[in-house]
Design a binder for this molecule. Structure first.
Ligand SMILES: [Zn+2]
Ligand SMILES: [Zn+2]
Ligand SMILES: [Zn+2]
Length: 667
């Protein structure tokens, strides 16, 4: 039986059969028991899937069971929540063959607290309703207190059963709780409900000035937040003094670009307004400046990565393996994960030795047929000339940590000599953690491919997560740059807040990346925790900090409890800020022993991943890796010829000898 969270709507419906009835009841232990013996199960049915969703926090779960099973208990239910349950029979491609009716059932509360739920959430308001528990008489209740994000919002009389909150901000997270104050002085609270205020995300916008006097402004797709939808887009264009010049719209929700003609030369500011459906609210993009009418006859350079598809796939597979390994206890599976990780990273490394891009040269000049271009890389002009008719130019850049600066020169130079330079990121390799202190003795960079062998030499796993027994934290003296004084960590303060320690090194690539993520997270969750980022500087005569704290690398995280003891230690493997925030929320929820606030949290999925699931995943990843490997040699015939030559004549450098030794243990 495997259990994981899922998006219920992702199962395609192919059947319009009448839903079969379903029985749900509470067992004497308070567990939900589901019986679906009346559900039709034709021969093509592979599994039965039980879907259940808490109407309190909208979190859905699915349990996949064998087709023959007729009933089951639901795990992972929360006390005092109202659940909606239905069962589907699906075929081998998860198409629904038959579905049961939806039944509702409420689990028993832990105390006499009222049962709170969200009955409706729109961008304009969140409608809350509650019911007193049956054990409490109405006459015993003095009043209710609505608490939002830990602060009292309003006091309500005992007869009240609903409240509408209308002052939320789109995309922000709210925790609602209703407290019942009894006449005898007792207080009982409802279970907290997590709601992300409905709306949509704000897309990236882009403005291009075309042929001197046309302005094209385009934007990407928005993502729906908690079922929010878009009614229309309106573009507001302002002149340099901030005066509104024109309003283009409202345009349909499908609209993604706006052309504005006859624009005079000058500097403009634009704002994209996104009007939300079923709402009076709009969300707005940040004001963005655009220059029109200058330099427009020079070519404009843009670029895209040529093998980004494979790179993305390999990167995703590697991230999957890393998270799976850090969350499984089975030694054999850890070894298998690491073996496959090594393979994936090696292939990814070959894909990123040279970063291949497709340079696009966009010229607005009508004379471009007569022109020739020359490529300028980091300020150095190449000899080879490119005809003015070329619009796309494939280019290979050697991998390096510092971005490249690319531009083209134009001959004859009628309107200027050089296009605006663009910056191309070509660091290529995958990294999220680095055993930097040792790694840089044997390797030039922070690639995880080099970290992995170092990590495997260690006796203790680097990622430990929640510690079974809290661990004393060595007291360290830190120099606080901003306050210009020495501080001690852990510090003992009166306030009861957890401390998050983030260890980093300025010279380490993954540590530098995560410093920006950490700072962003801290600025959006101010006041909840004490955040300390610790930059490690080696001092003579002192015991190095990483030895004192037995840190094997950076970036590394400790969470300290109120007493300054380590309760969590480990690392975070996230590809971008949003994912990082979800991971951090998950970790802190784990430490606080509360429910993870993100409905589709990846780490929650890894926590409930069984060994059998992981084995299946590993087989699938192996297949994908082999396909990508074949593809790699197909698309790079010259490379494989080169490899054959190398077999005949092998050149070995002593500098690489350590690496060669380590890689032999895999083959
Ligand atoms: Zn279903
Ligand atoms: Zn490093
Ligand atoms: Zn989670």
């Amino acid at each position: 039986m495997s259990e994981f969270q899922s998006d219920v709507s992702s199962y395609e419906t192919t059947s319009s059969n009448l839903p079969a009835p379903i029985d749900v009841e509470l067992s004497s232990q308070g567990n939900i028991f589901v019986d679906w013996n009346q559900l039709a199960r034709p021969a093509n049915v592979r599994h039965c899937i039980i879907h259940y969703r808490s109407l309190n926090n909208n979190q859905s779960h699915t349990i996949r069971v064998s087709r023959k099973k007729q009933n089951s208990y639901l795990r992972k239910t929360q006390p005092g929540h109202l659940y909606e349950v239905h069962v589907c029979a699906v075929d081998s491609s998860d198409r629904i063959i038959a579905a049961s009716q939806c039944a509702q059932i409420q689990t028993r509360g832990e105390n006499e607290g009222p049962r709170l739920r969200v009955t409706e959430a729109t961008p304009d308001y969140v409608w809350l309703e509650w019911k007193k528990s049956d054990e409490v008489h109405l006459t015993d209740i003095k009043m209710y207190k609505l608490v939002i994000n830990g602060e009292t919002k309003v006091i309500l009389p005992s007869e009240e059963t609903r409240y509408v909150v209308s002052d939320g901000n789109v995309g922000e997270k709210y925790v609602f709780q209703i407290e019942m104050l009894r006449k005898d002085g007792k207080i009982a609270s409802s279970v907290p409900i997590h709601v992300t205020w409905p709306g949509v995300t704000i897309p990236k916008t882009q403005a291009i000035c075309h042929a001197c006097k046309e302005l094209m402004i385009s934007w990407g797709d928005s993502t729906s937040i908690n079922n929010g939808n878009i009614e229309s887009y309106t573009l507001h264009l302002y002149d340099s003094k901030g005066e509104l010049l024109t309003k283009v719209g409202p345009n349909s929700p499908e609209c993604r670009e706006v052309w504005i003609k006859d624009v005079d030369k000058g500097v403009y500011t634009y704002i994209l307004e996104i009007k939300l459906a079923n709402s009076n609210k709009s969300v707005y993009s940040k004001p963005t400046r655009v220059e029109c009418g200058s330099d427009s006859r020079l070519p404009i350079l843009t670029y895209e990565y040529s093998d980004s598809m494979e790179k993305k796939e390999l990167t995703d597979l590697a991230h999957h393996l890393i998270s799976a390994r850090d969350n499984t206890k089975s030694k054999t599976l850890i070894d298998r994960c690491e073996h496959q990780l090594q393979q994936i990273l090696s292939l990814l490394n070959r894909y990123t030795e040279k970063v291949r891009i497709n340079l696009k040269i966009q010229s607005n000049s009508t004379e471009h047929v007569l022109q020739t271009y020359r490529l300028i890389i980091d300020g150095v002009e190449l000899d080879k000339s490119i005809p003015g008719t070329v619009k796309q130019y494939p280019l290979e850049l050697a991998r390096r940590d510092e971005p490249y600066k690319l531009a083209v020169s134009v001959t004859p130079a009628l309107y200027g000599t050089q296009s605006k330079p663009i910056s191309v990121e070509a660091s290529g390799y995958l990294t999220f953690f680095c055993t930097h202190f040792d790694q840089h003795k044997s390797s030039a960079g922070c690639a995880y491919l080099d970290t992995l062998p170092c990590e495997q030499q260690l006796r203790r796993p680097i990622h430990q997560g929640l510690l079974k027994v809290t661990q004393a934290m060595e007291t360290i003296d830190l120099y606080d740059l901003r306050a210009n004084k020495t501080v001690q960590v852990p510090s003992f303060r009166k306030e009861r807040r957890l401390t998050i320690l983030f260890f980093y090194l300025n010279t380490c690539v993954p540590a530098r990346h995560q410093l920006t993520y950490f700072a962003d997270y801290a600025s959006h969750n101010r006041g909840k925790y004490i955040y300390t980022s610790i930059h490690y500087i080696e001092k003579e005569n002192d015991k190095p900090l990483h030895e004192a704290l037995s840190l094997e690398g950076v970036p590394m995280y400790f969470v300290l409890d109120f007493a300054g003891r380590i309760v969590w230690r480990g690392r975070i493997c996230a590809q971008e800020q949003v994912e990082y925030n979800v991971h951090m929320d998950h970790i802190l929820a784990e430490v606080n022993t509360i429910q993870c606030p993100s409905p589709d949290c990846e780490l929650c999925r890894y926590c409930s991943l069984t060994d059998a699931d992981l084995k299946e995943d590993l087989t699938e990843i192996e297949l994908k890796h082999n396909l990508l490997l074949q593809q790699f040699f197909r698309t790079r015939p010259t490379k494989s010829a080169g490899a054959k030559e190398n077999r005949r004549q092998r050149v070995v450098s002593l500098k690489d000898s350590t690496k060669t030794m380590i890689s032999t243990q895999y083959h």
